[in-house]
Design a protein around this ligand. Structure first.
Ligand SMILES: *[C@@H]1O[C@H](CO)[C@@H](O)[C@H](O)[C@H]1NC(C)=O
Ligand SMILES: *[C@@H]1O[C@H](CO)[C@@H](O)[C@H](O)[C@H]1NC(C)=O
Ligand SMILES: *[C@@H]1O[C@H](CO)[C@@H](O)[C@H](O)[C@H]1NC(C)=O
Ligand SMILES: *[C@@H]1O[C@H](CO)[C@@H](O)[C@H](O)[C@H]1NC(C)=O
Length: 964
C-alpha cells in the first residue's frame, strides 16, 4: 500500500508538523504490539457480525485450542485455483436500505496432509445453505467420493468458515469447495466496499475493493494468507453500461438474464499465480485514457468529468516509462498484459498495488495544471513508482508472511524515488528521501518504545497486529536502511542481487534472508570489500530498534557510537541481540573534500584521519546516506557554524539540512544545548535552498507547538520573521512580484516556505498579499492564485477573514474536484473564529459533508490551529463513543486522531484531562488508539519537562538574536 497519511508539501508548515506527529504516533503504536499481546485479555464481544466495528485489537482469543481458534491456517490444504463470480448492487435494497453483493465461489485445492477439517477465511459473509443444509459443498476431483460434511459454521473471531467432515480427505487428492454467499457493500473502505460521488447532480456508486492485508475474506471465502498463492478466474455481473475491471484482461462480456433483469456478465482471463491480498474487483461508470507501451496496455480510469478534463493524462504519460524503468532495474519483463490505474473518491490508503489493477486516491493519481501544485505532481509520480515497483517486489515475489512487511514496503518506499527520478529527472527528487523518510522516521525510531524492523512470525497473528505493521518504521526506516545498503554495496551490486532474487522466487514466496543471500552472491561475484557479510551488517539495522548517534572528536580522531534516545531518561526495556551496537558505514567530508569511507564496528574506535588541525572541519554522513545522527566536539561544531555563516555553500546542501536537524534533535536528547541548536538557524538569513529551510521549519514546529500560547511566542515570531524576510524578498524578486513561479522544483517548494513562514510570523506584506488574492477570487470568481501557493494562501486568508471567507471556501470545497477540495479542506481549519471551527468539527462526522477517509485528518488540522486545539479536544472527548463505533474501520485513524489532538499538550491541566479521558472511556475502549493514549500521556509529560528546562533560555536567546 502507498503511505496512508501523506501530507502534501503545499500544506506548508502546519501540514508538516502534522505529518511528523501522525507518523510518530502510528509508529509508537505499532511498536507496542508486543505489549498489546500481553494484555489482550480484556475484550469485547465478537466482532465478526455485519456491522462495521473498530479493528479487533481487543478480541479475546478464547482459551480453547481448537484449530479454528488459531489465527493461522493449518498447512493441510493448498489452493490451486478459484472460480469466483460476484454481483455488486450499486443501489440499495429498498426494504432493508442495505447495499449488498452476492457471489459464488469454487476453490480447488490439494490435500497436503490427511485431514477431516476445512478452514477457509471468511468475514462478514452470509452463506446460502445447500440441499443438505450445509454452508458449503465438497466434491472430489480425484475419482473417489469426497467425505460428507458433518457440520459447517462461521467462526467470526478468527474469521473462518469451518467445515467439519465425516471422514478424512486423502493426501495428494484434489477437492473442490463450493459456496454461495451474500455480503454487505458497505462504505467502510475495506474488502468489497462502495465509494460514492456526485456527477451532474446525480449520485454515483462505485463498487471497489481494498484487500490488503486481510480483507479478501470479506469479499469471498479464501485461504487469505500471502503464501497461499493461486490462480483466480474472476467473473463480475453488473448493470449494462457500467465498466467491470479486475486483475486480468477481459475475456468476454455478454448480456445475461437473471430474475428477469438483463445484466452484463464480464469474464476475466485467469490471473497469474498470486496472493489473495492483491486481488481487485471494480464496477463503475468510469471513463479511461489509454496507451500501449512495449506490448503492455496502460489505462488510467477515473470518473468521467475527470477524464474529460484531461486529469488522467499526466499519469498516463508517466506510467509507461516508469514501468519500463523498473523492467530494466529488475531485469525482468512486466509479467502481465495490462496495467490499469484507477482513481477512487473514497480510499483509505494512498494507493494499493493490486496486480494489474492499481487503486489510488483521486489526489494520488489525477493531475490538472489549473489545480495541482508541484507537490501534488510529485506525489503522483512517486506513488505510481511505488506501486509499480511492487509489481515485481511484492507481487511477483511475495514475502512469506506479514512479519516481513517492512522489506516489501521499505523497498518500494526506497525505489519510488528512483522511479520518480527517472520520470522527472530535473527534480532532484532522490534527495528528498532525507526529509520525507530518514528525518521523519528518526523522530519515532528515537523513542524507547520503538521496535525493530523485523518481527517474529509468531508475534504477528491477528488482523489488527498485521495492520499495525503498516507504520513509519516499516515504510521509512525500511527505505532508509535499504538506501544505505544500496549505497555501500553500490547500485550495480545491489541490483544484481535483486535480479537473481526475483528470478529465483518468481510467482513464489521468500523471506528477507533470501534477499540477503542473493545480495551476498552479488557481493562475492564482484569481490566487493565489506567489513562483514551482508547479513551480519544488516542484522544490526534490522533486528534491533533505533539507531546510533556517532560522535566524532576531531581533536583526537576518536569516533564512538551510542543508541540515540530522544528522551535520555527513558527506560529501554526491549533487549537487543547486538547490545545497541551497529556496523556503521561512515562517509565523510573534511573541509569540503570527500574522504574514503570508514566503518565503525564497535562502540568506539580511533580513526586517525578524523583528527583535524587549524580551521579544518569535518562533516560525517555525506548526503545522509547512513541511518544515524552525528555529533562533534564543540570546536568542530563552532567551525561548522562559522562556515555556515561565512560561506555556507562549502557544506553540501543535504548536509546543511542534516546539521540543522541533528542539532535540534541532539538538543532534545540533551546531548547539546538547545541554544546551540537554535544557533544553526542564524545563517538562514543567507540560505535560499529548500532542504535546509524545510529542515529548520520542521524543527521549529515543535517550538511553535510548545510556545504559541506563551510569552516566548512574540520574541520567537520577531526572530523568525527576521530570518525569513530575505527569503521572502528573494522570491518576490525572482518571480517579478509573484507574477511567475520559480523554475526549479525545489525552488517552488521553498517559495511556499517563504510565504508560509512570512505570513505565519505576521509579516504584513505577506498577509496583505494573501488577503488581496483571496478577495480578488471572491469578487471576480476568477482564482488568481497559483496552485503551488493555494494551500498556504487560502489558509492565511481564511485565518484573517470571517464567516464570509469561510463560507465562500466551503461552497468552493463542495463544488471542486478532489485536488482543489483537499487544499480547501485544509484551509478551512485555519479560521480564528471558534464558532466556525466548532461548526466545521460537526461537519467532520457527517460523511455527506466530509468523506470518512478525511474525517481524522480534518479534525487533526483543526487541532493544529492554536484556536482550534481545545475545541477539537473537547469535541473528540464528547463524541468519543460515537467516533469509535462509526469510524472504527480504518486501521490508522485512532492513533492519528489521539496523537493529533494532543500534540500541543504541555501543561499539568492538560495531563489531568488526558488521564481523565482515559479513565472515562475505558469501557468503550480506544481500539487502535489504545497505545496512542499512553503515548500522549508520556509525550505530555516530556513536553512539560522540556518547557520547564528550556523556556527561559529560549526566550532570552530569541530576544538576543533578533536584530534590533
Ligand atoms: C430486499 O431485501 C429483502 C429482505 O432481505 C428481500 O426479501 C428482497 O428480495 C430484497 N429486494 C431485492 C430487490 O433484492
Ligand atoms: C473454473 O473454471 C474453469 C474454466 O471454466 C474450469 O476449467 C475449472 O474446472 C473451474 N474450476 C472450478 C474450481 O470450478
Ligand atoms: C447477514 O445476516 C445478518 C444476521 O441475520 C443480517 O443482520 C445481515 O443484514 C446479513 N447481511 C447481508 C449482507 O445480508
Ligand atoms: C485505446 O483504447 C481504444 C478503445 O478500447 C482502442 O481502440 C485503442 O486501440 C487503444 N489505444 C492504444 C494505444 O492502446
Amino acid at each position: 500500500m502507498g503511505k496512508g497519511f501523506f501530507i502534501s508539501n503545499t500544506v506548508g508548515i502546519v501540514g508538516l508538523v502534522l505529518s511528523v506527529a501522525a507518523l510518530s504516533t502510528i509508529i509508537a503504536l505499532s511498536v507496542v504490539y508486543s505489549q498489546e499481546k500481553a494484555k489482550n485479555n480484556n475484550i469485547s464481544p465478537t466482532d465478526g457480525g455485519t456491522t462495521s466495528r473498530p479493528p479487533d485489537i481487543t478480541t479475546t482469543p478464547t482459551p480453547s485450542n481448537e484449530p479454528w481458534d488459531k489465527y493461522r491456517l493449518p498447512k493441510s490444504l493448498v489452493p490451486d485455483h478459484y472460480n469466483v463470480t460476484l454481483w455488486p448492487r450499486l443501489a440499495p435494497n429498498l426494504t432493508t436500505g442495505l447495499y449488498i453483493f452476492t457471489g459464488e465461489s469454487s476453490v480447488e485445492f490439494e490435500c497436503a496432509e490427511e485431514t477431516d477439517l476445512i478452514l477457509i477465511h471468511s468475514n462478514k459473509l452470509n452463506y446460502t445453505k445447500d440441499n443438505n443444509g450445509h454452508l458449503a459443498t465438497l466434491t472430489s476431483m480425484s475419482g473417489d467420493p469426497a467425505p460428507t460434511i458433518k457440520n459447517s459454521w462461521p467462526k467470526p473471531e478468527t474469521q473462518y468458515l469451518v467445515v467439519e467432515l465425516n471422514g478424512k480427505m486423502i493426501k495428494g487428492h484434489r477437492y473442490r469447495l463450493f459456496t454461495k454467499f451474500t455480503g454487505e457493500l458497505a462504505d467502510d473502505l475495506g474488502g468489497f466496499y462502495r465509494s460514492v460521488y456526485m456527477e451532474n447532480g446525480e449520485k454515483k456508486v462505485v463498487a471497489t475493493t481494498q484487500m490488503q492485508p486481510t480483507d479478501a475474506r470479506k469479499a469471498f471465502p479464501c485461504f487469505d494468507e500471502p503464501a497461499m498463492k493461486a490462480v483466480f478466474h474472476i467473473t463480475l455481473i453488473h448493470d449494462q453500461g457500467t465498466v467491470a475491471l479486475s486483475n486480468g484482461e477481459e475475456k468476454e462480456s455478454k448480456i445475461i438474464n437473471i430474475e428477469g433483469h438483463e445484466l452484463q456478465q464480464t469474464v476475466f482471463k485467469p490471473t497469474e499465480k498470486m496472493s489473495t491480498y492483491l486481488l481487485a474487483f471494480i464496477v463503475s461508470d468510469y471513463d479511461f485514457v489509454n496507451n500501449t507501451i512495449g506490448g503492455v496496455l496502460i489505462r488510467i480510469f477515473a470518473r468521467k468529468s475527470a477524464i474529460a478534463a484531461g486529469q488522467g493524462q499526466y499519469a498516463l504519460n508517466k506510467t509507461g516509462p516508469i514501468l519500463k524503468f523498473f523492467e530494466n532495474y529488475y531485469n525482468s519483463s512486466y509479467p502481465l498484459p495490462k496495467s490499469d490505474q484507477i482513481a477512487l473518491p473514497d480510499f483509505n490508503a494512498g494507493a494499493m498495488e493490486n496486480w494489474g489493477l492499481i487503486t489510488y486516491r483521486e489526489t494520488a493519481l489525477l493531475y490538472d495544471e489549473s489545480f495541482s501544485s508541484n507537490s501534488n505532481k510529485q506525489r503522483i509520480a512517486t506513488i505510481i513508482a511505488h506501486e509499480l515497483a511492487h509489481m515485481w517486489f511484492g507481487n511477483l515475489v511475495t514475502l512469506r508472511w506479514w512479519n516481513d512487511l517492512w522489506l516489501n514496503e521499505g523497498f518500494a518506499s526506497y525505489v519510488e524515488y528512483l522511479g520518480a527520478h527517472d520520470a522527472e529527472p530535473d527534480w532532484n527528487v532522490k534527495d528528498l528521501i532525507v526529509l520525507s523518510d530518514v528525518h521523519r522516521v528518526f523522530a519515532v525510531d528515537a523513542l524507547a518504545s520503538s521496535h525493530p524492523l523485523s518481527s517474529k512470525e509468531e508475534d504477528i497473528q491477528k488482523p489488527a497486529q498485521i495492520s499495525e505493521l503498516f507504520d513509519a518504521i516499516s515504510y521509512s526506516k525500511g527505505a532508509s536502511v535499504l538506501r544505505m545498503l544500496s549505497d555501500f554495496l553500490t547500485e550495480e551490486v545491489f541490483t544484481k542481487g535483486l535480479q537473481t532474487y526475483l528470478a529465483e522466487f518468481a510467482f513464489g514466496n521468500a523471506n528477507y534472508t533470501d534477499l540477503w543471500k542473493h545480495l551476498q552472491m552479488a557481493v562475492d561475484a564482484n569481490k566487493t570489500e565489506l567489513p562483514d557479510s551482508v547479513q551480519n551488517i544488516m542484522n544490526t539495522w534490522v533486528l534491533q530498534m533505533g539507531f546510533p548517534v556517532v560522535t566524532i572528536d576531531t581533536t583526537t580522531g576518536a569516533v564512538s557510537q551510542k543508541h540515540f534516545l530522544l528522551d535520555p531518561d527513558s527506560n529501554v526495556t526491549t533487549e537487543s541481540p547486538y547490545n545497541y551496537e551497529w556496523i556503521v558505514p561512515i562517509k565523510w567530508v573534511k573541509t569540503g573534500v570527500v574522504q574514503t569511507q570508514q566503518w565503525l564496528k564497535t562502540q568506539s574506535a580511533t580513526i586517525i584521519e578524523m583528527k583535524t588541525t587549524g580551521n579544518d572541519w569535518v562533516v560525517a554522513n555525506l548526503d545522509v546516506v547512513g541511518y544515524y545522527r552525528v555529533n562533534y566536539d564543540q570546536d568542530n561544531w563552532d567551525r561548522l557554524l562559522n562556515c555556515l555563516s561565512t560561506d555556507h555553500k562549502l557544506i553540501q546542501v543535504i548536509n546543511r539540512a542534516q546539521l540543522v536537524d541533528d542539532a535540534f534533535n541532539l538538543a532534545r536528547a540533551k546531548i547539546i544545548l538547545t541554544v546551540q541548536a537554535l544557533n544553526t538557524t542564524k545563517y538562514l538569513i543567507n540560505e535560499t535552498e529548500y532542504m535546509p529551510w524545510e529542515s529548520a521549519v520542521n524543527n521549529l514546529d515543535f517550538f511553535y507547538l510548545m510556545f504559541d500560547r506563551s510569552e516566548v511566542y512574540g520574541p520567537m515570531q520577531d526572530y523568525l520573521r527576521s530570518r525569513v524576510l530575505p527569503l521572502f524578498n528573494y522570491y518576490k524578486e525572482i518571480t517579478s512580484s509573484w507574477k511567475t513561479v520559480p523554475d526549479g522544483h525545489m525552488d517552488q517548494y521553498n517559495q511556499v516556505n517563504a510565504i508560509s513562514l512570512a505570513c505565519r510570523t505576521g509579516y504584513m506584506e505577506c498577509q496583505g498579499l494573501a488577503t488581496s488574492w483571496f478577495k480578488e477570487w471572491m469578487d471576480t470568481e476568477v482564482n488568481p492564485i497559483h496552485p503551488n501557493l493555494r494551500s498556504t494562501v487560502y489558509c492565511n486568508a481564511i485565518a484573517a477573514g470571517g464567516a464570509e471567507e469561510w463560507d465562500f471556501a466551503w461552497a468552493k470545497f463542495n463544488n471542486s474536484n478532489a485536488i482543489e477540495a483537499d487544499k480547501l479542506r485544509y484551509a478551512l481549519s485555519c479560521t480564528k473564529q471558534p464558532w466556525l471551527l466548532n461548526r466545521y468539527l460537526e461537519y467532520t462526522l457527517d460523511p455527506d459533508m466530509i468523506r470518512k477517509q478525511d474525517a481524522t485528518s480534518t479534525i487533526v488540522y483543526i487541532a493544529n490551529n492554536v484556536i482550534g486545539q481545545s475545541l477539537a479536544w473537547d469535541f473528540v472527548r464528547a463524541r468519543w463513543s460515537y467516533i469509535f463505533t462509526e469510524y472504527g474501520g480504518g486501521s490508522f485513524s485512532f492513533s492519528n486522531l489521539i496523537n493529533g489532538v494532543t500534540e500541543r499538550f504541555s501543561t499539568e491541566y492538560e495531563l489531568q484531562q488526558l488521564k481523565q479521558f482515559k479513565a472515562d472511556n475505558s469501557d468503550v475502549g480506544f481500539g487502535s488508539g489504545t497505545l496512542a493514549v499512553d503515548q500522549s500521556i508520556e509525550r505530555t509529560l516530556a513536553n512539560m519537562k522540556w518547557i520547564a528546562e528550556n523556556k527561559q533560555n529560549v526566550l532570552k536567546w530569541f530576544k538576543d538574536a533578533t536584530p534590533k
